[in-house]
Design a protein around this ligand. Structure first.
Ligand code: FAD
Length: 466
């Protein structure tokens, strides 16, 4: 059988693309490396991998008495390989994370390279039910942070979220994947496909089916025309699926590996960014930030922002400093920067990057702003430390203008990419909404390419060549 479209991956980009092209009379196959798992357990599926981070001008990174703990811990990248991709662990932050997001221009906010995504961003916001966090959903410690910020001249804005606030119980456990299903993640789109008339396994004319535990290893192509994919099934067997179009949405740490295995190398795996972040925090008895909606507000500083954030990772260092702290006694800020897109993903999937002087200065600036607010809040200054640098938004590894064109198509005709790898520069902002918009744009282009009797011609020539 020849599928009309194969979609690889069920994260933000894959699930959205599959949803957009379903029920249009096409036979679609979704191939997913991971499995289904119960809602509320997503955090157990986070894969942390090493980011080989070289610090530019390292000997000058710390001056005088200042000690930045994040410089002394190994950096990490985070992703989830399962149904829904990395979206179930998200904190539901919904920003327009386009390349020039933080440029001081309204029109630039909707542009990614030369793509104007205005229309798709509006559609995506509607589909994900995006809204600013209402004041009554803000927890007491976040409120105090906002008040103190204001006194210091920092005006925080409510974070836009994809949460159904009418049903949210403010448990603060978004990262577990919402048990009540009130935070959007892309398993919602997959469930929708399965629960509509589409059958999960068998395939009838015009339906979408899904195979889990199938790792796509390479794209099959004849010269410059896509033919399908090859991969390994649950039992370890090599298998091929034929298709007229293939959409790779395996995420920015996996899509480049598939491309390279397929002989597509030029520019692939270059330009890695990660939206590097640290959490700076300390001891405040009974603050209970861990029981509030995380990152409920944000304070923008151009290429970086800070936002109240609880991280379990600081507990150890707070205790080491002599404070008898539990999770309920930690208050912190995430500092997230738009890091330079200078990293590289190697053929084996390992990643390296340089933390430039500019990037480090942004982290330090954010760190100082966070400490200023924390201390005013009553956090014991001697308890303050930070987590390692982590990257939860890797991207850029198959960028628009380098690996794909503005139709999101590669040099192989019929092979498209629909994930964070196509974003050319670090937005420094949560990218799910943008990736969803990209997938919508791609789907429109793809449907058009299968329209106008074009597909009938292709099918006819396939019959002739049999
Ligand atoms: C802790 C955390 C919190 C976050 N919070 C937010 C937030 O609040 N807001 C926000 O916008 N962003 C957030 N992000 C980032 C966001 O989740 C990711 O940027 C986004 O999910 C990336 O989408 P994607 O489609 O590129 O890849 P993914 O969502 O990672 O999807 C990739 C998919 O491909 C599958 N796959 C991989 N390899 C293969 C293969 N070889 N064959 C078949 N399938 C394969 C994977 O299993 C997965 O389903 C967060 C990330 C983390 C880690």
């Amino acid at each position: 059988m020849i599928y009309d479209v194969i979609v690889v991956g069920t994260g933000a980009g894959g699930a959205t693309a599959a949803r957009e092209i379903t029920n249009k009379g096409l036979n679609i196959l979704i191939l997913e490396k991971g499995s289904f798992y119960p809602r509320g357990t997503a955090i157990n599926h986070i894969l942390n991998s090493k980011l080989d981070l070289k610090i530019e001008n390292e000997e000058h990174a710390e001056k005088g008495d200042e000690r930045y703990d994040f410089l002394h811990q190994p950096a990490e990248l985070m992703q989830v390989n399962a149904i829904g991709g990395t979206t179930p662990v998200s904190l539901a932050n919904a920003c327009y994370a386009c390349t020039s997001c933080y440029a001081n221009s309204v029109t630039a906010q909707f542009k990614l390279h030369d793509l104007d995504l205005f229309e798709e961003l509006i559609e995506a916001s509607r589909d994900l039910n995006v809204g600013a966090l209402p004041a009554d959903m803000m927890g007491p410690t976040t409120r105090r942070i906002v008040e103190i910020g204001e006194k210091l001249g920092h005006f925080m804005e409510p974070m836009p979220k994809f949460i159904d606030f009418e049903k949210c119980n403010k448990c603060g456990e978004c990262i577990n994947g919402c048990k009540r299903g009130v935070k959007w993640d892309s398993t919602d789109f997959i469930d929708e496909l399965i629960n509509s008339h589409n059958s999960p396994n068998a395939l009838n004319e015009g339906e979408t089916s899904i195979i889990t535990d199938f790792e796509v290893t390479r794209v099959l192509h004849k010269g410059r025309i896509v033919e399908g994919v090859e991969g390994i099934d649950e039992g370890g067997n090599k298998k091929e699926f034929k298709a007229r179009r293939v959409v790779l949405a395996a995420g920015s740490l996996n899509t480049p590996v598939i491309l390279k295995n397929s002989g597509i190398n030029e520019g692939v795996g270059e330009g890695l960014f990660t939206d590097l972040f640290i959490t700076v925090g300390g001891y405040l008895k009974g603050a209970k930030l861990n029981k509030e909606i995380p990152m409920a507000v944000k304070l923008e500083f151009g290429p970086y922002f800070i936002s109240p954030h609880f991280s379990t990772q600081i507990l150890h260092s707070i205790r080491e400093r002599g404070f008898d702290a539990g999770y309920e006694d930690i208050v912190g800020f995430m500092v997230k920067i738009a890091d330079e897109a200078n990293g590289k993903l190697h053929d084996d999937g390992s990643a390296e990057k340089t933390l430039t002087v500019r990037d480090l200065n942004l982290l330090k600036e954010g760190y100082k702003k966070a400490v200023e607010i924390l201390v005013k809040l009553g956090v014991a200054q001697e308890s303050i430390s930070s987590t390692a640098m982590r990257g939860a938004h890797p991207g850029g590894t198959a960028a628009i203008g380098v690996v794909v064109d503005s139709n999101l198509e590669t040099r192989i005709k019929g092979l498209y990419i629909s994930d964070a790898s196509v974003i050319p520069q670090a937005p420094g902002r949560p990218p799910i909404l943008t990736i969803t918009a990209i997938a919508k744009r791609l789907s429109k282009k793809l449907l058009k390419s299968l329209d106008n009797g074009y597909m009938n011609q292709e099918k006819a020539s396939e019959k002739c060549s049999k």
